[in-house]
Design a protein around this ligand. Structure first.
Ligand code: PEP
Ligand code: MN
Length: 346
């Protein structure tokens, strides 16, 4: 924070401001100037309350925040990328990681078939919702515990890691028992009770960007999880709501590059929810690799026409296999640039 005192503020006013900053737990680093005194304060604390309190004090002209409000997740705090290793697969490192599977877990047959298909085409994680956030209360809400057990079975057969959504803080322990990565859906990005509980869940988190959330808000939500004790957070761009109606959401592709500048956390792209249309998934996936995502989460269903949710954006097995093959040259280039970045950072 920088606190700029009024011209000719009295010594007492300056001392009072200084004392107030210290009461909030900050260190006063510099006091400078002939006529006007400027105070620099650093540390961790309730910045908003401190700024408000200072601005209300006599002799203070302006109190402003200078560093990002998200401290732990910022690149300034940690210049090297966070690497998260799950079942021997590292996300945020030198491998581009694919997560794929149906929108929802529907039946044993459907999820086991899906798992075989995504594993044999190079994906490392199986996605599938057992708890589903649906706009309508009359739509399929997920198989819940039964769905989690089916995901566990698929993991035991294929060795894939499991990524699945948790919607409520009440279910965190249950989902964490079965999942390797807990997905926080777009609609829950600012469910602060849930975010706090995730701090203690002992599992990596895939935090999806809210439908109308800014990049800063996404980072603040990640900060909640890290500040509450869990450093293993991945961020996911899944499209945001705009005036455009040609696609289900508008993919803010540059958010991937922006996030890579602002944070050390791995960034995952979801080209399925970002477009809502299966023909657009492979081209957006190519772009996501080129712009530097660490991985991708894609919807694939053995029979998209029968899917209970998100069939229109789900690739069928053939399309998924073709996309995975077609992406290989792009992944090759991605690896080269990742190596170059790592060398440059050392
Ligand atoms: C999903 O992954 O199926 C999902 C519901 O995603 P989002 O929260 O991004 O809408
Ligand atoms: Mn979906």
């Amino acid at each position: 924070m920088i606190i700029s005192m009024r011209l000719h503020a009295t010594r007492e006013e300056i001392e009072n401001a200084r004392a107030r900053i210290e009461e909030f737990g900050y260190k006063v680093h510099s006091i400078a100037g002939e006529e006007r005194v400027v105070i620099g304060a650093v540390g961790v604390g309730d910045v908003t309350a401190c700024l408000e309190s200072l601005e209300a004090m006599p002799g203070v002209e302006r109190a402003v925040r200078i560093s990002a409000p998200y401290k732990f997740v910022s690149r300034e705090f940690r210049p090297q990328k966070t690497e998260i290793t799950i079942r021997g697969v590292t996300i945020g490192g030198s491998e581009f990681v694919m997560m794929a599977g149906p929108c929802s877990v529907e039946s044993e047959k459907q999820i086991l078939e899906s798992a075989e298909i995504v594993a044999s085409n190079g994906a490392k994680f199986l996605r599938g919702g057992a708890f589903k956030p649906r706009t309508s209360p009359y739509d399929f809400q997920g198989l819940e515990l039964e769905g989690l057990k089916l995901l566990d079975k698929a993991r035991r057969i294929t060795g894939l890691g499991i990524v699945t959504e948790v919607m409520s803080d009440r279910d965190v322990d249950l989902v964490a028992e079965y999942a390797d990565i807990l997905q926080i859906g777009a609609r829950n990005m600012q469910n602060f009770a849930l975010l706090k509980t995730l701090g203690k869940c002992g599992r990596p988190i895939l935090l999806k960007r809210g439908l109308s959330s800014t990049i800063k808000e996404l980072l603040m939500s990640a900060e909640y999880i890290v500040a509450h004790g869990n450093p293993d957070v991945m961020l996911c761009e899944r499209g945001i709501r705009t005036f455009e109606t040609a696609t289900r959401n508008t993919c803010d592709l540059v958010a991937v590059a922006v996030l890579n500048e602002l944070t050390h956390l791995p960034v995952i792209l979801d080209p399925s929810h970002a477009t809502g249309k299966r023909s657009l998934v492979p081209p957006l996936a190519r772009a996501g690799i080129a712009i530097g995502a660490d991985g991708m989460i894609v919807e694939m269903h053995p029979h998209p026409e029968k899917a209970v949710s998100d069939g229109a954006q789900s690739l069928d097995p053939k399309q998924f296999a073709k996309m995975m093959t077609d992406l290989q040259p792009y992944i090759g280039l991605w690896k080269k640039s990742r190596v170059a970045e790592t060398v440059a950072a050392v």
